[in-house]
Every structure is written in structure tokens, then in C-alpha cells.
Design a protein around this ligand. Sequence first.
Ligand code: ZN
Length: 253
Amino acid sequence: MLIFCKDKILVKDASFDFDENYILERGNINIINTSKNLPDIWQTMPSWADVDMIESFLRGEKLISIREMLGLCSDEGKAVISKAWQFRNWFKNIFYCSHCGGRLSPSEKDFGRICDDCGTEFYAPMSPAVITAVEKHGKLLLAHNVAWNNDRYSIIAGFVEPGERLEDAVRREIREEVSIEVKNIKYFGSQTWPFPNSLMLGFTAEYDSGEVKPDGAEISHADFFTPYEIRNMNIPDSASIARKLIDNFLDTH
Ligand SMILES: [Zn+2]
């Protein structure tokens, strides 16, 4: 049982091993078990409870942000928490059919929901996004987003648009944000990112042509940086695939 309290999750602080510490049975919390009264298939869904507040903590327990938790737990833990968190948000925010306004009920055959009135099927929303580490002569492209209040730098990312191949999304995002062209796009790996429902698809690419010119709207500054410079910069934390891509560059240079 995962216990969510606003944007936090209840954990034990002794260690961050998933199995022992994060599926907690808490008899003294008024738990709304979302798995109750659901069709059989939903019993394989990690069960979660949503509480407004926790009045008392057992020894060693605390609430930490889900984002922080994803940086601390195993891949298995990440998968379970991300899945539960995204389904929790879907259930919490969406009640009715967008075609006819009928009520949605959990499907008997999969993790979808079906309109009681018109029978339309719905599935939990997911938004694929590409994120790319672009290299040029031993340097890595990093950019500062206008929305960030600190001196943080990261690699270029953006959502995939309908009808677009992933490679096209990589080229478009980089072209839009910093005005350069890239080549030799290679898949690196993926990561679930449930804020709110992204699937991050990581790539590496090589600089091809053009001059780095930030768009000013999303990116205020961007440049290619040496490994030495990057090691002294404010870059994303280890929970993100952005950091894994940056670390991959640093490990090979
Ligand atoms: Zn309907």
C-alpha cells in the first residue's frame, strides 16, 4: 500500500530499499483503498491511499516528495510509484466521459475505463517527450530555461507532437530552441516521469550545422560546454534521465 499525502509519499527513513520500506500497511490511517470493489484485473495495480494529512507518524516514518523519492528508490520502486501516482491522478481528476458526460467505470479487461452510457473506452493519458544530449567536438550542449530561477543548465527537451516521429521531434525541438541542426541521432533509454504523465525518451546526437542562438522564449542562454565546465555547473539531479545523459557524456570524455 502506497500512501500519498498531497504531493508526498510516506516512507521509512532508515533505508530506501523499495520492498521493505515503501509498501506500508498502516492500520491507524483512514485509508481509501482504491483497489476495493474494482474488477479482478485491477488487483495487479499497486494499491494506494490518498490522505489529506497524517496526524501521527510511527517510528522512522516521514513524508517526502514523490519527485525526491524517485531519485532514491530502485527501478522497480520507480515503476510502482509512477504507475500508482499517474492512475491516482487520473481517478482523482477525471470522472466523466468527454463525449456524452456519462460516468466512467473501471474496465473488466484492462486498465482502461468505460463510459456507463455510450461505452467509449478511455485510457490514462501519457505524453511522450524527447530529451537529447548534443555533442560537438568533445563539448555538450546545455541550455538555461527562462522559467528557472537559478543558474541551472540542462539538455534540450520537449514534447512529441501528433504525427511526428521521435527523430523528427528531436530535430525540431533543437532547431526551435537553439537554432542548430543535429545528425546521428541515437536512442539512449527511457524514463517514466509522472509530473504529470510524461514518458521521457532519451537520445544522443551530434552537432551538424548552424550557430547556437537561444529562442528567448523558452531558452535564455545555451552553449557547448567542456566536461570540466559541466562538473562545476548546476545540473539536474540524479533522479532525471537528463542527468543520466549528462553523466554518460562525462563518463566518456
Ligand atoms: Zn459516454
